[in-house]
Design a protein around this ligand. Structure first.
Ligand SMILES: C[S@@+](CC[C@H](N)C(=O)[O-])C[C@H]1O[C@@H](n2cnc3c(N)ncnc32)[C@H](O)[C@@H]1O
Length: 276
């Protein structure tokens, strides 16, 4: 079956070098790149940030349990693979709204230390009390809640749940133990006109999108303690030139590699925050 609508999971997965995508996903990516050629770079910069932030959480913060919301399709260096490289006992629950993620992830990921569920992060209460989450995550101990390259899919005001703030804050504020962490990233722009144009483009293609500036993101996380260097362009979050590489860029996207050197209208903004 060939789907008629692009999905975030497959379109992003293609930019990372993934094979599970269709013409409609590749078409959306190629169309967006006409106006925003930096998108391939920023998708890949985000995935490299994921590696660094998970490694930091295990090796520096001592966290061994992860709730990965909006996890996307499995690819290289999935969260449990990174975490378990440094702590073989680390536990991860993957959550995504897209049921194809569950189908692909099941084949690859399931053992006693990992689980995957299909759920909507705009309903965080259901996620926190899901039996598979309860089996693997002990909320009386610090947990890392990951929202990586997903904040832009959460509208400030939504008909499901109570909008982005509730989706992003409920588990950390109401369920997680003190000393827990939120790792976050989303596509932002300092240019309201172009950022809104970008959001409208994706929204129009059926991929829900909320434009935010860095200051809008900062406001969502008031009250949590930013871990150094705070919320920044993820490129600048504890860069490590020696981290493992991603899958190669697919041939049709090669010409966009390095585009952030000349245009950065949109970029991934994020970091790590701790619940006091
Ligand atoms: C760009 S991918 C990010 C994948 C991964 N977190 C990463 O950083 O590499 C965004 C993912 O968020 C998922 N998503 C979007 N809205 C969601 C929602 N309301 N609840 C759960 N997942 C959602 C999409 O299906 C997609 O797989």
């Amino acid at each position: 079956m060939t789907p008629e609508q692009a999905t975030s999971a497959r379109a992003y997965g293609w930019m990372l070098g993934g094979k599970d995508n269709y013409d409609v996903d590749r078409g959306l990516v190629l169309a967006v790149l006409q106006g925003f050629p930096e998108c391939v770079d920023i998708a890949r910069q985000n995935r490299q940030f994921l590696y660094r932030v998970v490694r930091h959480l295990v090796t520096e913060a001592g966290v061994s349990q992860f709730l990965d919301l909006g996890c996307g399709l499995p690819t290289e260096n999935n969260v449990h693979e990174v975490a378990q490289r440094f702590d073989p006992a680390a536990r991860v629950v993957y959550v995504d709204i897209d049921p194809t993620v569950l189908a692909h992830a099941r084949a690859l990921l399931l053992d006693r230390t990992t689980a995957v569920i299909t759920a909507d992060m705009r309903e965080p209460e259901k996620i926190a009390f899901h039996p598979r989450v309860q089996r693997l995550i002990d909320f009386t101990e610090p947990v890392a809640v990951l929202f990586l390259s997903v904040g832009h899919h959460l509208k400030d005001v939504d008909n499901v749940g109570a909008g982005a703030r509730h989706a992003l804050r409920h588990i950390i504020d109401a369920v997680a133990a003190p000393g827990s962490y939120v790792a976050f990233s989303q596509v932002v722009s300092d240019d309201v006109r172009r950022g809104t144009e970008y959001a409208q483009w994706l929204d129009g293609a059926g991929v829900p999108w909320q434009h935010r500036s860095p200051a809008d993101v900062d406001a969502l996380f008031e009250g949590l303690d930013p871990v150094d260097p705070g919320l920044v362009n993820v490129l600048d979050w504890r860069p490590d030139p020696n981290q493992p590489p991603l899958e190669p860029i697919p041939d049709p996207l090669r010409r966009y590699e390095g585009a952030t050197r000349s245009q950065s209208v949109v970029y991934e903004y994020g970091g790590l925050l701790r619940k006091p």
